[in-house]
Ligand binder design. Sequence first.
Ligand code: HEM
Ligand code: HEM
Length: 251
Amino acid sequence: MADSVPISGLETSLSDSTGIVRGVAVRHTATVRLTHWLTALCFLALLVTGLEIVISHPRFYWGDEGNVNTPALFSIPIPASRKSVPTGYDYTLPDQNGWSRSLHFQTAWLLAATGLWYFVSGLRSGHFRKNLLPLAADLSPGALAKVVGSHVRLKLAGGDQTYNPVQRIAYVVVVFGAFPLMIWTGLAMSPAITSSFPFLVNVLGGHQSARTLHFFDTLFLVLFLLVHILMVYLAGFRKRMRGMIMGWYDS
Ligand code: HEM
Ligand code: HEM
C-alpha cells in the first residue's frame, strides 16, 4: 500500500497568498482516517442496535443455557420490550428488535471488513510497529507512573511527534483486544457460525457466556470512547480533529 505515511512524519512548508510560510505536519494516512471514521460510525450503529437487543431481554447468564426460568447472573434494572421477561416493572417498552437485529448484523460485517483493511494495511505499512506498539523504554514502571500521573491530573505528556505511551497502550488494547473480542463473541452467538466452528463458543464457556462477555466488552468500549474524546479535547480538539479528518495540521 502506497498509503503508509506515519503520524507527524512529514513536515512540509506551504506559503499562503500573503507569502507567509507555514509548516504543515502530516499526521494520519488516508487509510487510517477512513477506517477510523468508518469504525466510529459502525460502533455507533452497533451500540444503538445492541441496546435495543438488550432491552428485549435485560437478564444475563453464564454457561450454555439461560432463560426466564433459570436464575440470572445479573439483570439490568430496566423494563423489557417483551412481556414474558420478568423485570419487576408492570409495563413493557416498544419492541424494536426486528430492524435492530438486522442492522446489527449488517453493520457487524462492515465493521469486520473495515477492521481487516486497517489491520492488513497497518501490518504492511509498519504503522503498528512504528506508531502503535509502546517502546520498551516507555514500559518501565518509572516511565509509566510519570505518564499515568500526568493523565490523571489531565495534563497530557509529550508533544505532537508521536502518540504517548498511555495512548499507545490504550489503542493496542482496543485494536488488538477489545475489537477482536467483540467480533469473536458476536460470531460465537451465531448458530450458523458455531455449527461449523463449535470451538468458537465452547472456549468461551457457552452461548450465554459469549453474550455476557459481548455485553461487558461493549461497556469497556463505551468507557474507552468517553476517555478518548476527553483526551482529544484536552490535546486540542480542532487540531486533532483536523489531523484525523484532513490528515494534516499547521505546526
Ligand atoms: C468506537 C469509536 C472509536 C474508536 C475505536 C477509536 C479509536 C481510535 C484509534 C485506535 C486511534 C489511533 C488510530 C491510528 O493511529 O491507527 C484513534 C485516533 C483518533 N481518534 Fe478515535 N476512535 C473512536 C471514535 C472517535 C471519535 C468519536 C472521535 C472524535 C470525536 C475520535 C477522534 C480521534 C482523533 C482526533 C484521533 C487522532 C488522535 C491524534 O492524532 O493524536 N475518535 N481513535
Ligand atoms: C463494537 C461493536 C459492537 C457492539 C458495541 C455490540 C453491542 C451489542 C450489544 C449491546 C448486544 C446486546 C447483547 C444482548 O442482549 O444479547 C449485542 C448483541 C449481539 N451482537 Fe453485537 N456488538 C458489536 C459488534 C458485533 C459483531 C462484530 C457481531 C458479529 C460478528 C455481533 C453480533 C451480535 C449478536 C449475534 C448479538 C445477539 C443478538 C441476539 O441475541 O438477537 N456484534 N451486541
